[in-house]
Ligand binder design. Structure first.
Ligand code: SAH
Length: 350
C-alpha cells in the first residue's frame, strides 16, 4: 500500500459507472467491462485488481500499472469494550488523517462518514472544529470509508450517516456523488432512506438539496432556540438565522414531503433550560419532523453534559411537543467516537 501511495496510482473508488465505461472504451475494451469494474468495486468490494477474474488478464495488468483500488489507508482502529463501536483512523494520500465510526446496535449497523478534513464552521462544542478546516475529501475518500468499514464488519451495513468530521453541505457536490454511489442498485445498493446527510444549517444548500429532489434523508443540527444563544455556539447562525433555517426546512419539507430530523445537543447551562425546551416546541410546531436529543459528549473541560435528572426534565417538557423525540446516547464515547468527538491532532486518535 505504501508503495502504491508513493507511486501515485489513481484510486478506482469514487468513480461512477459511466466513468468506468468511458475508461474501458478509452482502453479499447468493450463498454460492459466498465459495468464489471463497477460491480467489483462497489458490490463485491474487491480491493485487488488482480482478483477481478472476469476481466482479461492483460487488461488487469494494464489497469494495475496506473490504478489502485483504495483511496484510503487504515492507520489505526479502536473498538469499545462493548465491541459495539469501532473507530477507524484513515490516512489520505496527501498525509492528512480522518476518522469514521462503525456502530452495531441490534440489527442496525451504521457507519458514520467524514466529509472534510477538519471543519470551517467553528461550533464551540465540537472537537472537529478545533482542527480548523484543512480540506474537502474526494468522492473516493468518502466512499472508501464505507467500503473499508463494510469489509471490516461481519454484518451488512444498514445505514450511513454523514455526521463525521466536516460539514457535508460545504462539500456538497462530492457528498451527493458519494451518496449516489452508495445508493446505486448495481453497487452498494443502500436505500436512499438509509442515507442521512446532516448539516449545521447551510441554508443555500438545503434549498438546493430540496430543488434537486434528492431522496436522501436530511438532518439539521439546531442546538439552540434563539439567535443569541445559537450564534454563541454555532457561528454559522450569524450568517443564517434560526428563522432562515426554519424557512429552508419548511421549503425542503414542502418539496420533498420528507420528515426532517433536528439534532439538539444538550449542553449543561447552555442549551438545556426549560425555556429552551418550550421554545423548541414552538419553533418546530409546524414542521413534520423528529427531534434527536444528543446529550453532550465531552472532549475537554469547556462544557459539560447535564445530569440525568436535568435531561429527563428537558425530555418531559417535550412530551407535549408535536414532534417525536428520540435520545441519542452516543455510542463509543469511551473511545471518543461519539458525536462531535472526532478529531485528529498530530496524527493520533484523540
Ligand atoms: N457538520 C454537520 C455534521 C457533523 S456534526 C452537522 O453539524 O450536522 C454531527 C452531529 O454531532 C451534529 O448534530 C452536532 O451538533 C453533533 N455534535 C457535535 N459536537 C458534539 C458533542 N461534543 N457532543 C454531542 N454532539 C455533538
Amino acid at each position: 500500500m505504501n508503495n502504491e501511495r508513493k507511486s501515485k496510482k489513481v484510486p478506482l473508488t469514487g468513480m461512477t459507472k459511466s466513468e468506468f465505461e468511458q475508461m474501458c472504451v478509452d482502453y479499447d475494451e468493450p463498454e460492459f467491462r466498465g459495468r464489471q469494474l463497477f460491480h467489483w468495486i462497489y458490490a463485491q468490494k474487491e480491493r485487488d485488481i488482480q482478483e477481478m477474474d472476469n476481466l482479461p488478464k492483460k487488461f488487469r495488468e494494464t489497469l494495475m500499472k496506473k490504478y489502485r483500488v483504495p483511496s484510503l489507508e487504515i492507520a489505526e482502529s479502536s473498538t469499545s469494550p462493548s465491541l459495539k463501536t469501532t473507530k477507524y483512523l484513515f490516512k489520505i494520500s496527501t498525509g492528512e488523517k480522518i476518522e469514521s465510526v462503525l456502530m452495531e446496535d441490534g440489527g442496525r449497523i451504521t457507519v458514520c462518514l467524514s466529509t472534510q478534513v477538519g471543519c470551517a464552521l467553528g461550533c464551540t462544542f465540537c472537537a472537529t472544529a478545533k482542527m480548523g478546516f484543512q480540506k474537502n475529501l474526494t468522492v473516493g475518500e468518502i466512499v472508501d470509508q464505507f467500503l473499508q468499514l463494510q469489509n471490516a464488519s461481519k454484518h451488512r451495513v444498514t445505514n450511513v450517516v454523514f455526521m463525521g468530521m466536516g460539514e457535508p453541505f460545504l462539500n456538497y457536490d462530492r457528498v451527493i456523488k458519494a451518496a449516489e454511489l452508495l445508493n446505486h442498485s448495481e453497487g452498494v445498493h443502500l436505500g436512499s432512506g438509509k442515507i442521512t446527510i446532516s448539516t449545521a444549517g447551510v441554508v443555500s444548500k438545503i434549498i438546493r438539496f430540496a430543488d434537486e429532489g434528492w431522496k436522501f434523508k436530511l438532518a439539521i443540527s439546531l442546538n439552540g432556540t434563539n439567535d443569541k444563544n445559537r450564534s454563541e455556539i454555532m457561528p454559522i447562525n450569524k450568517k443564517h438565522s434560526i428563522n432562515d433555517l426554519i424557512s429552508a426546512a419548511c421549503y425542503y419539507h414542502d418539496k420533498s414531503k420528507s420528515f426532517i430530523t433536528f439534532e439538539y445537543v444538550l449542553i449543561r447551562d447552555v442549551t438545556d433550560s426549560m425555556t429552551d425546551a418550550r421554545r423548541l416546541k414552538i419553533l418546530l410546531k409546524d414542521i413534520p419532523c423528529k427531534v434527536n436529543v444528543i446529550p453532550y459528549n465531552s472532549f475537554d473541560d469547556s462544557y459539560q453534559r447535564p445530569d440525568k435528572n436535568r435531561i429527563t426534565k428537558f425530555l418531559d417538557e417535550l412530551n407535549s411537543a408535536s414532534f417525536t423525540v428520540t435520545v441519542r446516547w452516543s455510542r463509543g464515547t469511551d473511545i471518543n467516537a461519539g458525536c462531535g468527538q472526532l478529531s485528529v491532532m498530530g496524527g493520533s486518535v484523540t
